[in-house]
Design a protein around this ligand. Structure first.
Ligand code: NAD
Length: 385
């Protein structure tokens, strides 16, 4: 099968890590008989340098024509003094809005090999974990194109009063909830709606909408938490969660909280999903998606072979799963990442502090650079054939 993918390497460590995701995709294509046609797009700081704007219209247009978009990271200190609408990060907002990707999926998984990087105690990690092992595996589904970040805002004439508005319509809530339920159906079938329905009218609409939709998914256990309680439960018993669905603002905060629990942002991938992709390849693709690591362009380590490429590779795996429906291919890439961690390979950001043995890895830790880590994933992938 043929698929078309828009690649946005961006700035800083972006191009260094993108290379390894593309190699991983090619390896998956070779093994499973797919062709991934890629087109590289200018966006971010490099686009400002080349064309004077962070997201040239032709980049957005080309991205829209593809089946999915894989983005590394944008931004850097050299562009920080530009006015807000000309900064590299505008490319992200422009792509999200232009591709109409309204549901942001952020998995947060504590891998046993990286146990040492998690700040929580064993007894906390055991709490409410149905498998009786210290760990968690949760997915936060955040509404991405509505709510207070997009609502009416302003200042009074004297500037001394300001307001922002949280507005949600039932269809906006329904489509993101449905994304959450569909994800829950492929996981442990638990979904927690996080809101502030004791105070906010918009949250009461979220809860009503969720209560109605829960009836369509009787196999899924639906629960409700106020956001303040959810923030506490994430650090008291993260193992109790499977899928969390929430608004843009609450999801922004909770997904950062959850990412800290996993130890390294160099490991975390994300997907932002829209509706059915138009697709240029003719493949029976699913939803348009923008896939990216959650970290930024890490200018402090760019060009030094220090960046962890695993979040980028795991983002490519999410693309295979959610936009192309290629579950076996995605799982094989994830297994290859797991295998290199089992071999004790670590980029500096996930190495255990001061020790040569890390986490629960069977082998001593070996600190490697970006390129060696990327090659090791490819090796592990080919050995698993
Ligand atoms: P950052 O995520 O780039 O870096 C934070 C810290 O984590 C740094 O010490 C960095 O070295 C480290 N780090 C990040 N990714 C890593 C990786 N893959 N491997 C090893 N270490 C890694 O966040 P920041 O420093 O606040 O931002 C740097 C630039 O990135 C800014 O211009 C910011 O606006 C931009 N940014 C872009 C995105 C995006 O493209 N989605 C997201 C966040 C920040």
């Amino acid at each position: 099968m043929n698929y078309s993918i828009a690649l946005v390497p961006g700035d800083g460590i972006g191009p260094e890590i993108m290379v390894h995701a593309v190699e991983a995709l090619e390896a998956a294509g070779d093994r499973y008989g797919h062709v991934f046609h890629t087109v590289e797009l200018d966006a971010g700081g490099c686009a400002i340098d080349r064309c004077g704007e962070p997201l040239p219209a032709e980049s957005l247009e080309a991205a829209k024509q593809c089946d999915a978009v894989l983005l590394a990271a944008v931004g850097g200190p050299q562009w920080e003094t530009l006015p807000g609408n000309l900064r590299p990060e505008r490319a992200l907002l422009g792509l999200r809005a232009g591709l109409e990707v309204y549901a942001n999926l952020r998995p947060a998984v504590l891998l046993p090999q990286l146990r040492a990087a998690c700040p929580l105690k064993d007894e906390v990690l055991m709490a409410s974990n149905s498998e009786g092992k210290p760990g968690f595996d949760l997915l936060i589904v955040r509404e991405l194109t509505g709510g207070i970040y997009f609502g009416k805002r302003g200042r009074s004439e004297d500037g001394g009063t300001a307001f922002d508005t949280e507005t949600y319509s039932r269809p906006e809530i329904e489509r993101v909830l449905r994304t959450g339920y569909e994800a829950a159906m492929t996981r442990r079938k638990k979904l927690c709606v996080v809101d502030k329905a004791n105070v906010l009218e918009s949250s009461r609409l979220w809860r009503e909408t969720a209560q109605a939709m829960a009836e369509e998914y009787p196999a899924v256990e639906t629960s409700y938490l106020y956001v303040d309680n959810a923030a506490m439960q994430l650090i008291r018993a993260p193992g109790r969660f499977d899928v969390i669905v929430t608004s843009n603002l609450f999801g922004d905060i909770l997904s950062d909280e959850a990412s800290v629990l996993t130890g390294s942002i160099g490991m975390l991938a994300s997907a932002s999903l829209g509706a059915q992709a138009p697709g240029s390849s003719g493949a029976p693709v699913g939803r348009m998606g923008l896939y990216e690591p959650i970290h930024g362009s890490a200018p402090d380590i760019a060009g030094q072979d220090l960046a962890n490429p695993l979040a980028m590779i795991l983002s490519a795996a999410m693309m295979l799963r959610y936009s192309f429906g290629l579950e076996a291919e995605a799982a094989a890439l994830e297994a290859a990442v797991n295998a290199v961690l089992d071999q004790g390979l670590r980029t500096a950001d996930i190495a255990s502090r001061g020790g040569s043995r890390g986490g629960n890895a069977a082998l001593p830790e070996k600190i490697v650079g970006t390129r060696e880590m990327g090659r090791a994933v490819l090796n592990a992938f080919s050995l698993s054939a």
